[in-house]
Design a protein. Structure first.
Ligand SMILES: NC(=O)c1ccc[n+]([C@@H]2O[C@H](COP(=O)([O-])OP(=O)(O)OC[C@H]3O[C@@H](n4cnc5c(N)ncnc54)[C@H](OP(=O)(O)O)[C@@H]3O)[C@@H](O)[C@H]2O)c1
Length: 282
């Protein structure tokens, strides 16, 4: 071994042993923390980031029954599962504290509650459901963002990504109006993320707000002509069958969003974006 190679190895070892923070930030794979990663888009984000070699902290409410996530954890040693209900503020704080020394490159606010359609319309408003939806989608997402901002600030990529929805765009709202609670929760969330983007700009943190598009997280495209269709999605399935509507698969949508997140610019921070990067109206 030449002297130069020996010196380089010693320098590298010194870096790893005496400056763990620096070593973690400069020498290892980036880290993503995802909420609601047991199914749907969150599960697909966990799968794709793990396949890309990222350190994945995949959180969900009930890890014991998260079979697909458990399979991913068995396949990828750099994917760890954490229990987290985002409405449990003490649990959010405890998880943030446990990972206090970890730099999180991408915080991915994915978890949300849609709720049944017929219980969130004028004349048949379930107020308990309204409160619950706001508690999860708006308050819970804000709490997670607040608790993990320091971890993101300590990272190299410094990105807070939140999945919004065109359902929360006032300008794009058409008749017949439905999903009042879900829509309102996302509109408020959009505003919060705009606020947060302004608040964190000087710390170099980018806040991405992305509408994933119409993603088939419920297997609607696979429903056969004689299969039962859930009431809430009868209209969607009718449009799908007539060819008027096309749903993206979770794999396609997440692939597109990961590319958008990777290239997110300061100009796109706090802007409401479609998964393909197009700007959407508020
Ligand atoms: N799919 C679409 O077409 C579409 C369109 C626009 C926007 N989005 C947005 O994209 C995101 C993902 O959508 P999706 O279709 O994948 O949703 P989904 O299939 O309904 O999954 C929602 C996820 O959020 C979790 N969750 C719900 N309440 C939670 C809580 N209190 N704490 C932690 N996790 C909780 C669920 O966990 P449990 O399994 O424990 O309930 C589940 O993992 C959401 O923010 C949604 O609003 C989706």
């Amino acid at each position: 071994m030449t002297t130069i190679v020996r010196t380089l190895i010693i320098l590298l070892l010194c870096l790893l042993t005496t400056a763990p923070g620096l070593a973690r930030d400069t020498l290892t794979a980036p880290t993503v923390l995802i909420t609601g990663s047991n199914r749907g888009i969150g599960l697909e984000f966990a799968r794709q980031y793990a396949a890309l070699g990222w350190q994945v902290i995949a959180t969900c409410r009930t890890p014991d029954s998260a079979d697909q996530l458990q399979d991913l954890a068995a396949q990828y040693p750099h994917l760890s599962i954490e229990q987290l209900d985002i409405t449990d503020h003490a649990a959010v704080d405890a998880l943030a504290e446990r990972y206090a020394d970890l730099a999180i490159d991408v915080l991915l606010n994915n978890a949300a509650l849609l709720g049944p359609r017929d219980k969130q319309v004028l004349g048949n408003m379930d107020y308990e459901l309204l409160r619950r939806i706001l508690e999860v989608n708006t308050v819970g997402t804000l709490k997670v963002t607040d608790a993990f901002t320091a971890h993101v600030a300590a990272s190299r990529q410094k990105k807070i990504i939140t999945l919004g929805s065109r359902a929360g765009s006032i300008q794009m709202l058409n008749s017949p109006p439905d999903f009042y609670a879900y829509r309102a929760s996302k509109t408020a969330l959009h505003l919060l993320m705009k606020n947060i983007s302004l608040a964190l700009a000087e710390r170099g943190i980018l806040v991405g707000l992305i509408n994933p598009g119409l993603v088939d997280t419920r297997g609607l495209a696979q429903i056969g002509p004689d299969d039962p269709v859930p009431d809430d999605f009868k209209g969607v399935v009718r449009l799908l069958r007539s060819g008027v509507l096309k749903l993206t698969s979770p794999a396609e949508a997440v692939d597109q969003m990961i590319a958008l997140i990777a290239n997110l610019s300061a100009e796109q921070s706090g802007v409401f974006l479609d998964a393909d990067g197009q700007v959407l109206p508020w």
